[in-house]
Structures are given as C-alpha cells and as structure tokens.
Write a protein that binds this ligand. Structure first.
Ligand SMILES: NC(=O)c1ccc[n+]([C@@H]2O[C@H](COP(=O)([O-])OP(=O)(O)OC[C@H]3O[C@@H](n4cnc5c(N)ncnc54)[C@H](OP(=O)(O)O)[C@@H]3O)[C@@H](O)[C@H]2O)c1
Length: 315
C-alpha cells in the first residue's frame, strides 16, 4: 500500500467512512475516490459495477451500510436485510469485475451469536442464534464476510473483513431516539447541563457492560490491516475493555460539566448483560487502540459542540 494508489471509500460521509478519509488525507494520500449516496446508489448493481470499472481503484473499503437502532431494524427488517446484502454483494462482485485486488469490508460484532462467550472470540461466528432484533442486518454482514472469504479462496483476491465493536467519535448520529447509547447520553447530559436540570434519567439499571472504541482508532486499525500481507479473513477491532453504563454516564457527566443527579430507570431494558470482544488476534498483528475513553469523550464532545454551532450535527 502506498499513498499514490487509488483507493475508493464507499460510505465516506458516514462516521467510519469519514474517519478513514481523514486518516488518508492526514497521511498525504492523493487519489481518494468518493461518491455520495446521491451520486451512487450501491444497492444498484449496474451503477456500482460501472462506477468501479470507470474508477479502477486498487483498493476498496466498504464503510457503507444502512445503519439504524433497534426501532428502525424492527420496523424495516426487510429493507435492512435487502439493502445491506445488496451493498455487500455489489461492492465485492463489482470489485472483482473491475480487477480490484484488495478490499476491506467493515462488519460489526452483531454478527456473533446472542449467547457468545465473553469476551467474544472470532471463532464464535455461526455457533448459535443471533440477536433477533437485528437479525437481518447481521445476516447481511455475515453474508458479505463470507463473500470476501470465498472470493479470496476461489479467486485469490485479498478481500477480508474487520468487525468493530461500538464506535463513537466525530460524525456520529445524535438522533434522540435512533442513536447509540454513547452519543444519546452525550446529547442528553449536554442538554441537561445547559438547562441546569436537577437530574438526568438513564435507561436500564446502569449495570450492563459495554466496550467503546474511538472511530479514529478504528481507522488506524483499518489501514494497519490493509498493510498486512496475510490478514485474517475477519478480525475483531475493539479495546478489549468494557465499562458499565453507570460508569459511562458518570464519565460523560464529567466531560460535559454536568453536576446534577444521575438516575437509572430499571423499567427500561438493559439488553445483553455484557458485550466485549476478544482482541488478541489483531493485537498479535501489532495493532492496539491508542485513545482512552476519557480523552476520546473529550474530543468527541468538542466536535459535538462545533457541529451544534455550525448546524451540522447528524440528528
Ligand atoms: N457506528 C458504530 O458504532 C459501528 C460499530 C460497529 C460497526 N460499524 C459498521 O461500520 C460501517 C459504517 O457504519 P457508520 O457508523 O459509519 O454508519 P453511517 O455513519 O450511517 O455511514 C454509512 C454510510 O453509508 C451510506 N450509504 C447507505 N446506504 C447506501 C447506498 N445504498 N449507497 C451509497 N451509500 C450508502 C450512508 O449514506 P446516507 O446517510 O446518505 O444514506 C452513510 O454515508 C457499517 O458497516 C457498520 O455496521 C459501525
């Protein structure tokens, strides 16, 4: 891999895609190919094949996906399965047809069974039933992972996948209902601090344990993987460390300068008690996360405030 190669980042306007774009720009890459969703619908095979044929990238990163919370996944299960399957298939097959030798596909740890051992090892894939609330999304991600694995086997193309844990950072979605737990809490605590509210309610008991990785650490992992000559077919990317939602809420309160009470609402579901990934495999290749949760939250909060000021917050 070198900065003169043509590299296509599919989904470059999203949180992960924009972090990969920043990472490359900061390192002097000059041939970064992008197309917004309006310019190229990756669900459309003809458009995607033609785009890849015309652009002829040497490397493709798949950071495009139809992403949503539990509510969206449960309301539109057919659309989540169909569009993510189509994006994966069109990018992988389109890349093969265009002679792309290297492709890195982004998945998610939701591909692992609901009852997977904790920390979750890569070997847990396809060993049990999936979480039912986002089954379609997970099946599409598993199918794309398997496409990459089989294209590597059958065609000798270096197509492989990375499975990140919960991510946060610049470009996150702060929608009050549809966002993930960390951006949702950041926004709620920020608003409570502004209004000087006496208390903030946090869903669940606060005891569930989760892992959070800064998206800039993920971008570094993506490019680390792209430099490996023999990368794993799929590999977890995380911190390997978890914290309780109560600890996260306290950290966020401190980050935004909120000094009121934090109240938990046990009538709301906690979800799975613990979710953390085993990162021994990627660590053994020489990558490890650099951004602590405290520093990452501070930087993310600064970015959140800037986005509010410039009216560019995703919500
Ligand atoms: N965020 C996390 O915590 C997290 C954790 C683990 C894994 N991941 C994985 O990382 C990947 C990227 O996630 P993200 O958080 O960056 O999501 P995101 O911010 O929603 O970005 C996804 C991007 O894909 C684009 N896109 C969707 N459908 C498209 C289509 N048919 N054609 C062209 N572009 C399309 C979206 O454009 P529009 O918005 O214009 O539709 C958006 O720019 C996903 O595979 C996700 O599973 C994310």
């Amino acid at each position: 891999m070198n900065p003169d190669q043509r590299i296509f980042i599919a989904g470059h306007n999203g949180m992960v895609g924009s972090a990969c774009h920043r990472f490359l720009q900061n390192r002097g890459w000059t041939h970064i190919i992008t197309a917004s969703h309006d310019e190229l619908d990756l669900c459309n095979a003809g458009e995607t094949f033609a785009f890849l044929q015309n652009q002829k990238p040497a490397i493709v990163i798949n950071a495009a996906a139809r992403v949503g919370g539990i509510h969206a996944n449960q309301s539109y299960p057919a659309e989540f399965l169909q569009s993510n399957l189509a994006i994966g298939l069109n990018l992988v097959e389109g890349s093969r047809r265009a002679g792309v030798k290297r492709l890195l596909n982004l998945g998610s740890t939701c591909i692992y069974p609901r009852e997977a051992p904790q920390p979750i090892p890569e070997e847990a894939l396809l060993t049990g039933p999936l979480e039912s609330t986002n089954e379609g999304y997970a099946i599409a991600k598993i199918a794309t992972l398997k496409l990459c694995q089989t294209y590597r086997q059958q065609y000798g193309l270096l197509y492989h996948s990375a499975m990140p844990t919960n991510l946060y950072g610049p470009g996150d979605n702060y929608h009050p209902e549809n966002s993930h737990v960390l951006p949702a809490l950041l926004r709620r605590f920020h608003e409570a601090a502004q209004k000087e509210s006496p208390a903030v309610k946090v869903w669940g008991t606060g005891k569930a344990q989760r892992e959070f990785l800064h998206v800039d650490d993920l971008a570094a992992a993506v490019f680390h993987l792209l430099h490996l000559e023999d990368p794993p077919d799929w590999v977890n990317i995380g911190t390997g460390k978890d914290c309780t939602i109560a600890e996260l809420a306290k950290l966020i309160a401190a980050t935004v300068g909120y000094s009121g009470k934090i109240e938990f609402d046990p009538s709301r579901p906690d979800g799975t008690p613990r979710k953390v990934c085993d990162i021994q495999k990627i660590k053994a290749t020489g990558w490890s996360p650099k951004i602590s949760l405290v520093d990452g939250l501070l930087q993310t909060y600064q970015n959140f405030r800037q986005s509010l000021q410039t009216n560019s917050l995703r919500k």
